[in-house]
Design a protein around this ligand. Structure first.
Ligand SMILES: CC(C)(COP(=O)(O)OP(=O)(O)OC[C@H]1O[C@@H](n2cnc3c(N)ncnc32)[C@H](O)[C@@H]1OP(=O)(O)O)[C@@H](O)C(=O)NCCC(=O)NCCS
Length: 96
């Protein structure tokens, strides 16, 4: 999946809500899944801060030259988060 919030609506908590909705869907549909991974291009400082600082993802490793963007190679940073499945099954789904 790809995650994005339009420019005008960033830093309002929407990206975090989208992640939490995703965890809840995982908890209901794949309760055996207890860990999620993501990759992000290494220069995307805003997204890295969003995942690490706001959403408690932990750094795992770098994958060299994972992306090719406009003919140039970029590394991916891999992050993970251990899901507290019970917490998401009990939590209310926030609707817009
Ligand atoms: C990453 C993204 C989804 C975050 O969505 P959001 O709705 O703005 O995120 P939230 O409001 O839930 O979280 C805000 C937190 O994320 C981080 N953050 C978000 N934008 C940031 C920015 N421009 N600079 C620094 N930190 C940023 C901060 O930790 C911020 O908390 P703070 O305001 O207390 O500093 C959004 O910036 C986006 O769509 N970016 C472009 C697409 C993208 O990079 N997607 C991820 C690809 S892997």
């Amino acid at each position: 999946m790809t995650l994005g919030v339009i420019d005008e609506c960033r830093k309002l908590g929407i990206g975090t809500i989208l992640l939490e909705k995703t965890y809840r869907q995982i908890a209901y549909n794949f309760p055996e899944c207890t860990i999620v991974y993501l990759h992000v291009v290494d220069y995307n400082e805003a997204a890295i801060k969003f995942y690490q600082k706001r959403n408690d993802f932990k750094y795992l490793k770098i994958v060299k030259d994972h992306y090719e963007i406009f003919g140039k190679d970029y590394d991916a940073e891999i992050y993970f988060k251990i899901l507290e499945i019970d917490q998401y099954l009990q939590s209310e789904m926030v609707e817009f």
